[in-house]
Design a protein around this ligand. Sequence first.
Ligand SMILES: C[S@@+](CC[C@H](N)C(=O)[O-])C[C@H]1O[C@@H](n2cnc3c(N)ncnc32)[C@H](O)[C@@H]1O
Length: 287
Amino acid sequence: MSVIAVPASINLAPEQFQELRDIIYSKTGIFFAENKLYLLENRLSKRIKELSMGSFEDYIAHVKTQASNTAEFHEIYNAVTINETFFFRFQPQLEAFKGLLSKLIDQREAEGDRYLKIWSAASSTGEELYTIGIILSALLGNKISEWNIDLWGTDLSHRALALANEGIYTKNSFRGAMTEIQKRLYFTELQPGRFQVNEDIRSLVKFKYLNLNDSTEIRKFSGIDYVYCRNVMIYFDEDMKKRVLRSIYGTMNHGGFFFLGEAESLHGISSSFKVEHLTGAFAYKKE
Ligand SMILES: C[S@@+](CC[C@H](N)C(=O)[O-])C[C@H]1O[C@@H](n2cnc3c(N)ncnc32)[C@H](O)[C@@H]1O
């Protein structure tokens, strides 16, 4: 009779959970409530096995070691972040954005001031920023070369950023409202089911690491017209949300817009922005 070896499970004790979640919160603002012990256990035990360690005790000691510190934190961020995203997510809001963008383009054309700055502040694997690039490219057409365009995508997860830079996607990323025509226009099928964003759109965007818990880094951004900060603040507690909002507000142009995910709101978090009701969605305006 053959015996199948079952890998020993690595358990996270409540006090270790407290210690790890406090470390993660202080570094990233991501808050794990008590009921997330098993989630953290599951996500980090994979990493512990990769390191051929046997327990969370060893792992916590490893994380605290100065020498391996920074690199290991990035492994933790890769492991604990939820990078769920897809092209053309929350279509009514994107339609409303297109309307706003089109007006701003006309206004800047008229003023001879052809620049745009858009920031996807938790860009994950890139689908959100490429969607913005596609919308912008369709609006500007051949005139795009006359414009000075900054499309920034930033995220905490280096793993997500690497995928964003590669710009290669499969079925899951295409479950939003993208049409077949858009897919044919803006992507190249490398192998069956694997599509890469075309160079003309890839050349419009830039991705880089940015931790939203780091206000000093956020303040390096300025003159932003539109901020996409969708489906990330759900992982933060109220204090962190307020800090992020304050810093991002400072980076934006007057008249600029801030977008949240479909189920999110700034109610009780910030009163600096004015709620702007658009067709099918709303956005927050910096007046
Ligand atoms: C669910 S995805 C949202 C992606 C995209 N904005 C969307 O709505 O489709 C959340 C992203 O937030 C990032 N994130 C979480 N905490 C962060 C932080 N402190 N700083 C920057 N990015 C963070 C995660 O790495 C993840 O890629």
